[in-house]
Design a protein around this ligand. Structure first.
Ligand code: MN
Length: 545
């Protein structure tokens, strides 16, 4: 576990804006708040937020993020409140902690893709500040590293599946390859241990038994570039068991070739050198057709940039080569987090933050590949939405401006019709209250309650408005029907005409009514005058005689 001064020194090294006092205060605050709590491993609970802060410090996140990481479980798991944090650390840090707490509270069943989709939307909605997402990802990364301490196998599986379904893709989406890969592999190990072990062992074996050792290939590549005066950093990067296994399953194949397990990274100094190196390799080796990809001129949606090619080595081994600059490599490994590293220094609260969120939004907006998140959906849509959840953690998304009434109708028409009160985030609130992003809403119903016309003033979803109108309309109709029946009944009695005549098809068709009730309503609402109806009844009564 990182000690207090170690963490502070580490952050001070890269963040010149650091408020050391505040960071020290957060360390102590979290340690005191978590007190004697322990994790399932037996470690003091406090070691967890410190590890999470350490992970984020490795990404060189600003000290504000590091403080949020230290405090991220205090509101959820200790007696400390959000107000305490606001008072001690200010609004910005309190907001970050609140965002992380909200994400942590979510319960969703991974069987339901809709729920998962909603979850992603929620994360995005709350990613007003992208740092919330990174604290959450680091939190999950540490929880996954210590997953084996959890004794209940079902709980372990559930966490692993959630990680694979939600957090790994999210990490990939913001371009943090390193977190994504670790999350995937740790989940894979838990969910399918035999497959993990087989793949892992096979990887080890192939690497050891290769006719053409990795170091030799690196040497060969280096020599070729040296001759052209290109300085390069070259290394072999073993693919992860999960990525290999996934490929094997999707292609229904086995892995036999070195190129299936290792990608060689060639990191050069400038962009022109990327293409120059590519030319050299293509000139020197046999190029495997269909494997060349230029992600430099056309970056991937998460801004990944690199040249990819596969060639045949002199020893008849296929070699996958990825060529890029140092900057592209950093972006590929750290994604959006890399921006913190480039633009570090100065005030952490200037336009950079906004820029980061814009980058994320842009990435999400330009997604057209159906395999990726948010398929065919422009993020613009989400900007005008709020996401709220029930006390059980079920998520509903709405257009901005919806009230408690809308929420009740979204749950169920019956719930809407019978809503008698509501609690938002535990506090009783009036039905007209406009919901905010992340609100937790508990609806109280009563079978005696029925929709009121005033509700229409603060309902904005189509479903709620239609139901309320329908109900009010049917109530009105009921009254008008009774009124109409009473008026015409009295009049018929007075004139001595048999009431049955109203129910004849001839009579009803004169007034264009489907049935007698409709006629009563029309009379009640004075669509037809009483005289008109009596005159017609008299006329028909006479023809019958
Ligand atoms: Mn945590």
């Amino acid at each position: 576990m990182l000690r207090q001064f170690e963490l502070v020194e580490k952050v001070a090294e890269y963040d010149p804006a650091i408020d050391e006092n505040l960071l020290n205060k957060a360390y102590v605050f979290s340690m005191r708040a978590h007190g004697s709590q322990t994790r399932e491993s037996g470690d003091p609970f406090f070691s967890h937020p410190v590890e999470v802060a350490g992970i984020l410090a490795n990404f060189r996140f600003d000290y504000v993020t590091i403080i949020a990481a230290l405090l991220h479980d205090t509101v959820e798991d200790t007696v400390a409140t959000l107000d305490d944090i606001k008072n001690a650390f200010g609004d910005k840090i309190a907001d970050l902690v609140d965002g992380v707490t909200k994400i942590s509270k979510l319960e969703f069943s991974s069987e339901s893709t809709q729920q998962a989709e909603n979850f992603r939307k929620l994360v995005l909605a709350m990613a007003q500040d992208i740092r919330v997402l990174f604290v959450k990802l680091a939190d999950r990364q540490h929880n996954m590293r210590t997953l084996h301490y959890i004794k209940d196998p079902l709980r372990r599986k559930k966490i692993a599946k959630e990680t694979l379904d939600i957090y790994a893709p999210l990490a990939s989406r913001v371009g943090v390859q390193q977190i994504k890969e670790e999350l995937e592999d740790l989940s894979f190990k838990e969910i399918n241990k035999p497959a993990y072990e087989t793949t892992h062992n096979r990887l080890k074996y192939l690497r050891a038994s290769s006719a053409h050792p990795i170091e030799d290939i690196i040497d060969d590549l280096k020599k070729l570039l040296d001759k052209a005066g290109i300085q390069a950093r070259i290394f072999g990067r073993i693919k992860t068991p999960y990525s290999i296994w996934k490929k094997m399953v999707s292609r229904n194949s086995t892995f036999e070739q070195l190129c299936d397990i290792i990608a060689f990274r060639v990191i050069v100094r400038t962009l022109p050198e990327c293409y120059q190196s590519l030319g050299i390799f293509h000139n020197s080796f046999w190029v495997i057709p269909g494997r060349f990809k230029d992600y430099i001129s056309t970056p991937k949606v998460n801004n990944y940039q690199s040249l990819h090619t596969t060639v045949m080595s002199p020893k008849h081994q296929r070699i996958e080569i990825q060529i890029r600059t140092e900057e592209m490599d950093l972006a590929a490994e750290y994604g959006i987090a890399a921006h913190w590293q480039y633009k570090q220094g100065g005030n952490a609260h200037d336009g950079k933050q906004y820029q980061l969120v814009c980058n994320l939004l842009q990435i999400l907006e330009h997604t057209t590949n159906p395999e990726e998140f948010f398929e065919n959906t422009k993020l613009e849509i989400y900007r005008d939405q709020v996401f709220c959840f029930t006390e059980k953690g079920e998520i509903f998304s709405f257009p901005k401006g919806v009230s408690v009434i809308d929420f009740a109708y979204a749950i169920d028409s019956w719930v809407g019709d019978h809503i008698s009160g509501a609690k938002i985030n535990g506090k009783p609130m009036p039905l007209k209250t406009v919901l905010q992003n992340g609100d937790q809403v508990e609806i109280i119903t009563s079978s005696e309650q029925s929709p009121q016309s005033i509700w229409e003033n603060f309902a904005c979803t189509g479903k709620a408005r239609t139901r309320i109108r329908q109900f009010i309309r049917s109530q009105q109709e009921q009254r008008m029907m009774q009124l109409g029946e009473k008026i015409i009944g009295e009049e018929l009695q007075r004139t001595g005409i048999n009431k049955e005549i109203l129910n004849s098809r001839v009579f009803l068709s004169r007034f264009d009514c489907e049935n007698i009730n409709e006629l009563y309503i029309s009379i009640g609402e004075k669509i037809f005058s009483l005289e008109e109806v009596i005159a017609c009844a008299q006329e028909l009564a006479q023809t019958k005689q």
